[in-house]
Every structure is written in C-alpha cells, then in structure tokens.
Ligand binder design. Sequence first.
Ligand code: ADP
Length: 671
Amino acid sequence: MIRTLLIANRGEIACRVARTARAMGMRTVAVFSEADADAVHVRACDEAWPIGPAPATESYLRADVILDVARRAKADAVHPGYGFLSENAGFARSCEEAGIVFVGPPSSAIDAMGSKAGAKALMAAAGVPLVPGYHGEDQSPECLAEEARKIGFPVLLKASAGGGGKGMRVVAAESELAAGIEGAAREGMASFGDGRLIVEKYLQRPRHVEVQVFADRHGNTLHLFERDCSAQRRHQKILEEAPAPGLDPALRQAMGEAAVAAARAVGYVGAGTVEFILDESGSFHFMEMNTRLQVEHPVTELITGLDLVDWQLRVAAGEPLPLRQGDLVIRGHAAEVRLYAEDPARDFLPQTGPLIRLRFPEGEGIRVDSGVEEGGAVTVHYDPMIAKIIAHGRDRTEALARLAMALGRVEVVGVTTNAGFLKRLVEHPEVVAGAIDTGFVGREIGTLAPSGESVPADILALAGLAEMLTLDAGAKAAAARTGDPRSPWARADGWRLNDTAHHDLVFMDGAAEVPVRMTFEGAAWTAAIGDSRMCLTGRLGADGALESRIDGVRRAATIVRDGDRRSVFTDGRGWSVRLHDPLAEIGDAAEESGRLVAPMPAKVVRVAVEVGAVVARGTLLMLLEAMKMEHSITAPVDGVVERIAVEPGDLVEEGAELVVFATAAAEAVAS
Ligand code: ADP
C-alpha cells in the first residue's frame, strides 16, 4: 500500500498525479526548484521540499537530492511524471535499492527500451515489425553514410537516446548527409549526453499511431487502444486523438497485440506506450516505446472512462489490473492540443513572460490540465507549455467541434500563445476529414500560422469603445469626488468648447499605426477607421467584460488592459494592440539593420562566422539553444561581420547583442 507519494516532477503532470493520489487517500509530497517556490504543483500537494536552483540539471534532474527527500519525507513511492527522471533507469534502480517503489516499469525495462537501437534489436527478436534501417554499434560517419546509401534517400537520422523529436534530421540527398550526421549527433549529445545515431528509411506520408499498454506484476498485460498523433511540427506532437480516425478494427487488434508483445518482451510493468508508424499501405512498424505516462494520456482516459494514474498507483502497490482486455470499450472520441507560450508567426519562437490573464474554458466534455495560473509566469527554465486542452464527444465531429470552441475561449495575456494556430488546425477541413499524415502541418504551415495578419477594424472599434467607456467612468468618478456631476469637465464624450465631440486614438498593430477617431453623437459613438464607420454603444462590466452593439448587432467581448497593451477577446479569437501614447517618444532608432540581438534568452552553441567575413543574406551566423532546441541566427541582409559579441557557451538574455555587421549598402558607400 502506498501511503505517501513523492511526485518527482512539476507543472501540469505533478498537479495531475497529485489529484488522483489525494483522491486515493495518499499523502502527497511535492519537490520544487527555486523558480517554483510558489508554483501551483507545490500547493497541490500536502507537503513540499526545496531541491535546488531553477535549472533542471540542478533540481528536477538531481536524482540523488530527490531520493534523499523521498527518504526524509518517508515516501513509500515516487511518481516521476513525464520528462525529467521518468525514463532514467539509474533513478528507477536507486529507488528500487532504497526500498521505495518507483511508479513505472522495472529499471531493466527502461534500460531495454532506453536506446532506440537496443529496442529495435529486441523488437526484431520478438517479431514486432520495424522500419527498415540501421541500428548497429559502428558509429563512424563513414559507416552511417554507407548504411544511409544502402537504405536509400530520404533517410531519417535519429539520436538513439532521443525523445521529443530532438536529435532528428531528415536527409533528402547525399549532399546533406555529412551535415545531417554532425547536427543530429551534436543535438543528441547536447540533449541526452549521447551522440549515437540510428538510420531509418524516411517513410512518405505516414501516420503516427501509438498504443497505450498496461501491465501488472501478475503477468497480465493489456492495451487501452490507440492514439493518433499525426499532427506534428518538426516531429513534435501538436494534436492527439483517440481512437485513431478511420482505423479498421482488425488493424486496431493487430497493433494492440503487437504492442502487448513488445511490452511482454521486456518484462514491462505499469503504463507504457508503444509507438508505431503506419505507412500508406496500412502496414505498421515499431518506432519506440515510451516507458512512462505520456503527455497525451488524457484522450485515452476520456474514451475508456479510466484514470490511468489510479491504475499506475494500484499496479505500483502490487494489485492486479482491475479489468481484462475484453472489458475495455471505446466510448466516443477525444482530442487534445498543447497550448504553448510561443509565437507561430515568428517560427514558433518560445515566449516567456508573466501570465497577466489566464482563463480557460469550461463546459460539457471539456477538460483542461494546467500547472500554471493567472499571476504566474512562463519562464526560460522549463518547457513553455501552458496547458493541455482536451475535449470528449460522442463522436469525432463533436469532440473536434468542442475542442475548437474551447480554444476560442482561452484568454491569455502576457505571452503570445499558439491558441489561434491550434484552432485553425482543429478546424482545418483535412483534419476534420481525418485524413492527415505527419507532414500535413509542415505543408500547411502558411495557412495554419499566417504572418502579417492585421487586426480587423471591428476589433479596433471595440478597443476604442472600451477606451471611451473607461475614460467616461474615470471622469464620472472624478466628478463624484468634486461633487459636481453636471460639470462639463466631468464628461468624457469628447465634448469641447467650439469643437465636435471626438477623441483621436492611435493603436499600434505590430509596427503599423492605425488612427481611430471616436466621435460621440447623441447616445452612441462612431468609430472612424480608414474608410469604415461603425456605430457603437456599450457597457463595461467587471473583469473587462464588454457588452456592446456594433451597428445594432450585439457583441460580447473581453478587453484586458496591461500598460499600453489592449487585448481583445471576442468571437473565439484574441487580438492584441498597443495604445500609442504620443507623449512617450519612441526612441527605437537602435534597431538598425546591422545589429542582431538574441530573440529569447538562450545559450550560444556555435559561432559560425569570424570577424571580417563577408556574408550573404541567409548565411548561418550562429546557433543558439533555448528550451533544448537549436535556433539558427542568419544574416538578414548581405554584409560584412564587424563584431561578434558572444562566444560559444555564453548565456544571453533576450535583446542581448550577438553580431554587428556593416550592410552591403553601407560598404558600397564606404569603398
Ligand atoms: P522521438 O523519440 O524523438 O519522439 P520518434 O522515433 O518517436 O522520436 O519519432 C518522432 C516522429 O518522427 C514520429 O511521430 C514520426 O512522425 C516521425 N518519424 C519517426 N520515424 C520516422 C520514419 N522512419 N519515417 C517518417 N517519419 C518518421
């Protein structure tokens, strides 16, 4: 029996595990880094212990410190969540040796599945179908290149120790091979401390279909159906659904049986996921096994009506699985998306910042798993995921419709998110038709993440109306204080002696200035924006709620003010503009074309040029690493490198100067 459970993780998964453990009557113990002292997961548990500084390597990845806390807090078991130490065989082994139950498989099973190479060898022996490829010992670039040629291009290079799409490179032709091998090995080394690679045939237009398995210590192993995670960007999952759309029941059964065979082959215990790639002909091939709970486990919970953490904790306590294969049925359909602090219009650059407003939708069939709250922040230290938005419906159409509606009601102010991108994805006709492959998002990125979209006039009109109503409320309050509510100075309707009653506002939509003239006429405002005129009335309630009519049509919105920023949420979308204050002169002349600054807090991995180098537009200048992903900094124009302000290994803040170069135009004048 588990009385005290230590949760060796943070964020939404720590909150998720705590919820079930507490429901099962366990005492829960959280661990937290210095950055997480006030985090939601800390408050979700009965007790919380500090484990070190913010960087995960000094806190959440410190197996020794966490184990010491487990002993001192008298924990019977440790739940590792996902990420961090969840697939660390050494940590699982230390728990086993300390007599503390590791909520997961035996360390031997993690070891067996820990390397993609080793796992493929085992699976071949167990008769599980594989993607054709090379997973041998010889790691010389010559050998890898030779194997790639044998397989035939395109090939996919994968870090054997990899996960989360890191350390993967598609190589389309011989000419890209050497750079691909170097890049994948470097990323594998940086992310996992292991640069070994495997080579696979790169399948065209495949689907990613994975099977949830569960095993107990009494020899029972079963599967909880599949999830389709084909909506991916750069091999990272974006949308996950269960069951897989259109999967034939015979294929479902065959994949389920293969997954169970894979789990049995390594003596698996607990929750695990066997990932398959399904090719166009309908054949499936083993990719890897994740020996932990997955980020996307909620969709399986919703279609089976089960709590997978409850099952994990029961299995960890030595109980047999509560159901048999034949007892399991699929109920309806579920879909999940990952809401991230990132900017789709700027190549999905991770965002950090305060969560000034954070509101999630509620409603029939909607579930939100989050580990942050309004007033908190997304920091550079951890993954920028804000929440998982999950919807369940009687069928796929209903589940996707609910998910789209829920996404339209998310309100985040303070960081840019991918909510709009996710909504467009979920509503895309091909997604709705259930016919997408893993390349779909990449091919459609232009429509899914359009850049340079301008804020529509009606949104600016609403923002203008909210300004007027706020001014009006302020003026009325001031008049009430002076005791003369009839004073013309207490009117905010733009009333002026000898002038028409108007206010001129200037909103900044990105870099574009948009003048909005608000004129008060009788009982309503007219907003003049370019050639359009809108008649507006409205009332501003608590918490930014704006009840308005635009040309007679009722329109509900939420307006959030934060400094000069105005965020408008309406009709299932959010927009953000800045109110230009003409008094605050913007001295942004520093943004010259020849100066490149860090787009986010990051680590400099490599500097690819030297001072004096003549570079063409698009030339790689340096590689940065942020959030464990590499980002290339390229020359925005032709020029000569004048100064390099950083060295490999440097940690840079957002906005820090990286490279200064004279542009070709300036050079031409000088010479
Ligand atoms: P990771 O462990 O980093 O998640 P996986 O091996 O699970 O890596 O692969 C991640 C994704 O990459 C898969 O979901 C799939 O979309 C794509 N992928 C993997 N192997 C292949 C392949 N051989 N051909 C085409 N796409 C692949």
